[in-house]
Structure formats: structure tokens, C-alpha cells
Write a protein that binds this ligand. Structure first.
Ligand code: PR8
Length: 534
């Protein structure tokens, strides 16, 4: 399939890079004829499922149980919570017929599962002893997205994991959300090696039916942000309309306090985009189906083709193959997902093939590695996917100069002795993710700039940056200020106020809102982020 599209090797043209890498690396196929529903190929689905598993493991640790709810939701459930239905009815796919019969009540393909789950929560919660009630599921949800769709980022059938919880008190619900963020930090930051801005969304942009919404906005390589996590405090809104009540210890009736949060294929989109490079994907080892690929390198044909020389080259090749097999087995025995590529292709072809697919570690075994006095002894070259390249290699002129000036942010390859193979491979796999995380963090930091004038916001955004600005308000007044910002930035630069980070405590004393009207300076109460979003 990869030959259908030529991979755009220049990541600085990110839009093109993203569109071509997913096809070239066999992640998905866009040719299925329903808009917004690409087919996930085995390599892509493996990665998605691994990411979901990481989240599931976190929820398991936190006592959030896995369950499975039906895909269809009666319209009567969906319309119970006013704000929720207003937010979602236009995004639903509706089932109106069963065979030839028209259904009495329309059924929605779940756009999210609050209403399906909470209709059952109301049956399951009776007393304080039934709380907290915490469940999650990994499934597909459906949203009739009207903005243009983009593989993994804005799809109409969304593979995701969603968690839903009910608690006795508002404090318990808050604490649960904090734990949700601990879980996402572990999965996205620690394991997948990237993160983003953890923000509280403005009132006008919160989840339909929530009292507040927190998100992770990941800054993509083009400077646009992608909401990779949505975590919502639902307060008692849903509990009231779904009648999720419990008897307190002193026999009062109370409504439960609820939260929900979820991640989708967007996490994979961000992970691939942030770590990938001009040569293709760079996978964090934890999500790589093949973590190490072993490549035997054939000895050169002897210059003098005497029988003796030919026999020596063949003997060396057999040793190389035998050692490669042993290395693969040793890696597998050490719990590493290793693969031997002894196909008939040239080493150069194989390197490019596995690099494009992001395989974290390449193990090369060549003639010199097996040429030891002790027959049983051999070594190999371990080359991490994020290998520091010799500066400017293969490049000329300006490009070579640029390459020489680019900081080396990866790892160096190493010659490894037989006895150390398993330990060294493990060390590489650990170091790879640490390096990827450091580099992602460095790039993130570089992309955020403080601005105090709209003209500076414009300049920053044009350079692919995100602006951190003093801002007045996160309610109606803030919305008007945002409208002024949008007008100023114009249609070519559709920036928006993404929200604020309550943990930024830099003083705002004496600062005015960046979108104040010329003669009416408004005091700033928030550090807000302005960015263009996906
Ligand atoms: C909720 N209810 O629904 P949320 N394509 C890919 N990913 C998407 C798309 C899409 N069209 N739409 C949203 N996402 C709550 C929490 C249960 C779970 C991703 O929240 O609407 C986004 O990353 O925020 C979003 O943050 C996440 O799904 C959860 O969706």
C-alpha cells in the first residue's frame, strides 16, 4: 500500500508530512468510501490498542472497572439533559429503521456515552455504599463532524476510551479528576513521551452539560493545538435529570456528583506527529509492535573470485545469519518484541523500510561482528531510531550548514558485545523514550511565547507559536474579547482563546487584557492561551 503515495520527507511542511506518513507507514487507508471513516490497518490498530491498554491499566490501578455499553441510545435519553442535547443532536447519526420497520423511537449511534451509562447508574446507585461508581470502556463513538475531517484527528467514527464516575461529594469528584490527570500524565507524558498545555476551557467552550472542562491541548509541529484529552466535571447536572440519587448515612437523599473523561485516536496522532522526523515515524518502544529489528548484512562479493574467497564469504554469511538468529532469540527471551529481517532486500532498503515505520531499535550484524577467533563470540551494532546523525551527512550547501547547527537531540549508536545484548537493548529502549520526551518538551517550550499586544500574538502565530496573554474573563465578557481577537487576527489566522492554566501564578497586577478596547482598559485576571486549533 505504501507505494500508493510518496512520503513527503520534509517535516517542515507538516500538513503534507502528516497526510503522507500515515499511508506510507501503513497506518491506515483512506479509500473507504464513507467520509471521516478511514480503515485502520494492522500497524495503526496495534498502536491505538496499545495506547488504549495503557489507559485501561491506569484505570484498573485506580479501581475504575471496565465495562461495555450498547452502541445505540434512545432519543429520549439523549434529550434529557438540555445542554447536552443542544451540543450533540446535530452531531448524531440516527437510526430510524429496523429492517423495513420504522422505529417508534429514533436511536442515536452514541456520540458519547453519558446518557446510555447514566440511565443505568440511576438503577445501580441506591445508597452511599454504592459510591463511588467508576467505570470505563474502550469502544467506538460516532460524531457527524461538519468541519473537514482528518485521519485520527477528526473522524466520524472515533475509537476511544471513556471513563465515567459518580461520587458522594463534590470534593470526591474533584479528587477523582485530579487522579484522572495523574493517569493521563503517566500514559501520555511518561510512556508516550509528549504532553501539552493542561487548560481549563472558557465557559463558552466547555463540554455540553459540564460545569467545567479541563483539556490537554498538545502543540503540534505546525503550531496548531490538538485537544488530546477532555476531562469534565459534570457536577450534579446529569444526576438530577437521570435521577442518580443515593441515601446518605444519616438517611437523606442526595444527588451524585459526576465526572467523565476520554482520549481518542488523537493521542496517537499527536504521538506520531511530535516524534516523527524526515525519515518517517519514531515510535516510543511501548507502542511498537516490533521494538527491535535485526538485520544481517551480507559480506561484499570478493574482488578476486577464487573458490577459496567465495567459500570464505559464504561461511561468513552463514555465521552472520546464525548470529542474527541468536540475537533475535536473545532479545525475545529478554521480553523485547524483536524481529529478524532476513529477506532478500539490500540492507539500505531494509533500513529505510523500518525507519519509515518507526521501529525503535535496529540491530546490524555484519562480517566484522562475527569475525572473532572464538567462533561462539560475536557482537552487533545497535542503532536507535532517534540516532544522532553525523552532521550534514548526505546534505550540501545551506542544508549541510543548517544540519551542522542543529543540536543533536537523539542517541548515539553503539557496538555491543554478545554477553551484553539483552541489557543494552533494554537500556536503549529506556533511553529512547527519555530522549523523545526531552526533545518534545524542548520543542513545546520553544513554541510558547508571552505576548502583551495583539500584533505580537499575530507575529507569534505566524511563526507557528502559541501565545500566552493577559486576559479579562472566561465568561460572556471574555467571549466578546475573544471575538475582537478573532476579528483582529482575521480569517487567515483563526486563533482562539483556548483557556487558562490555573497553575500559572505569575502576577497579573496592573496588567490589562490583551483585547481591551482602545479607550477602555480591562483588568486582566487570567493568563490565557491563544492558538489555532485543529
Ligand atoms: C467527551 N464524554 O465526550 P470530549 N475525532 C477524533 N477524536 C475526537 C473527536 C473526533 N471527531 N471528537 C473528540 N475527540 C466526554 C469525555 C466521555 C469522555 C477526542 O469529551 O468531547 C478529543 O481528544 O472532550 C476529546 O478530548 C476526547 O475525544 C473526548 O471527547
Amino acid at each position: 500500500m505504501s507505494d500508493l503515495v510518496e512520503f513527503n520527507k520534509d517535516k517542515s511542511d507538516f500538513a503534507k508530512w502528516y497526510d503522507t506518513i500515515l499511508i506510507a507507514a501503513d497506518i491506515l487507508d483512506k479509500r473507504y468510501p464513507v467520509k471521516g471513516m478511514p480503515v485502520m490497518k494492522p500497524a495503526g490498530w496495534y498502536i491505538h490498542e496499545k495506547i488504549m491498554r495503557l489507559a485501561e491499566d491506569e484505570w484498573e490501578k485506580q479501581g475504575i472497572d471496565k465495562c461495555q455499553f450498547p452502541t445505540l441510545i434512545p432519543e429520549t435519553f439523549l434529550t434529557k439533559e438540555e445542554e447536552h442535547v443542544a451540543g450533540f443532536e446535530k452531531e448524531c447519526f440516527w437510526v430510524t429503521k429496523g429492517g423495513l420497520n420504522t422505529l417508534d423511537i429514533r436511536l442515536a449511534l452514541r456520540p458519547t456515552s453519558e446518557t446510555a451509562m447514566y440511565s443505568m447508574f440511576s438503577l445501580w446507585v441506591r445508597s452511599y455504599a454504592d459510591l463511588p461508581l467508576k467505570v470505563h470502556q474502550s469502544c467506538n463513538v460516532f460524531r457527524y463532524e461538519t468541519k473537514s475531517t482528518k485521519p485520527l484527528i477528526r473522524v466520524r467514527e472515533i475509537p476511544w476510551n471513556e471513563a465515567h464516575t459518580a461520587h458522594a461529594t463534590a470534593e470526591d469528584a474533584e479528587e477523582n479528576l485530579r487522579q484522572a490527570w495523574v493517569g493521563y500524565d503517566e500514559v501520555i507524558n511518561r510512556q508516550l513521551g509528549f504532553y501539552g498545555l493542561v487548560l481549563r476551557r472558557p465557559e463558552w467552550d466547555k463540554f455540553a452539560g459540564s460545569i467545567y472542562t479541563e483539556v490537554l491541548d498538545t502543540i503540534m509541529p505546525c503550531g496548531r493545538v490538538l485537544q488530546t484529552v477532555g476531562a469534565h466535571n459534570l457536577g450534579q447536572k446529569f444526576a438530577k435529570v437521570f435521577d442518580i440519587k443515593y441515601q446518605t448515612e444519616d438517611n437523606r437523599e442526595e444527588y451524585a456528583h459526576m465526572t467523565c473523561y476520554g482520549i481518542s485516536t488523537r493521542v496517537m496522532a499527536a504521538c506520531l506527529s511530535i516524534h516523527g522526523d524526515d525519515r518517517g515515524l519514531v515510535l516510543p518502544p511501548v507502542i511498537a509492535k516490533v521494538q527491535a529489528v535485526v538485520i544481517p548484512i551480507k559480506p561484499k562479493q570478493p574482488a578476486e573470485k577464487t573458490e577459496e574467497n567465495i567459500a570464505a564469504a559464504e561461511a561468513s554469511w552463514q555465521k552472520i545469519l546464525a548470529s542474527s538468529k541468536k540475537i533475535t532469540a536473545a532479545l525475545q527471551a529478554a521480553g523485547i518484541r524483536a524481529k529478524l529481517d532476513d529477506s532478500d532486500r539490500t540492507p539500505g532498503f531494509k533500513y529505510a523500510h523500518w525507519e519509515l515505520r518507526g521501529i525503535p531499535l535496529r540491530v546490524e550484524v555484519g562480517p566484522r561482528d562475527v569475525d572473532h577467533e572464538d567462533e561462539a563470540e560475536f557482537e552487533c551494532m545497535m542503532v536507535p531510531r532517534n540516532n544522532n546523525m553525523p552532521a550534514g551527512k548526505g546534505k550540501k550547501g545551506k542544508q549541510a550548514k543548517q544540519a551542522a547547527e542543529t543540536p543533536q537531540t537523539g542517541l548515539d549508536k553503539r557496538l555491543v558485545k554478545q554477553a551484553d545484548i539483552a541489557a543494552e537493548a533494554h537500556k536503549f529502549l529506556d533511553d529512547i523514550i527519555d530522549k523523545l520526551r526531552d526533545e518534545a518538551q524542548r520543542q513545546h517550550n520553544e513554541r510558547v511565547v508571552k505576548c502583551f499586544r495583539l500584533s505580537d500574538v499575530k507575529k507569534a502565530m505566524k511563526k507557528g507559536k502559541v501565545a500566552l496573554v493577559p486576559f479579562c474573563d472566561m465568561g460572556d465578557k471574555g467571549k466578546q474579547a475573544e471575538d475582537r481577537i478573532r476579528e483582529y487576527l482575521g480569517a487567515d489566522l483563526p486563533g482562539e482563546v483556548r483557556g487558562w492554566d490555573p497553575r500559572i501564578t505569575d502576577s497579573l497586577e496592573g496588567k490589562t487584557c490583551i483585547a481591551s478596547k482602545p479607550d477602555e482598559p480591562d483588568a486582566a485576571h487570567y493568563w490565557a492561551y491563544i492558538a489555532r486549533a485543529y
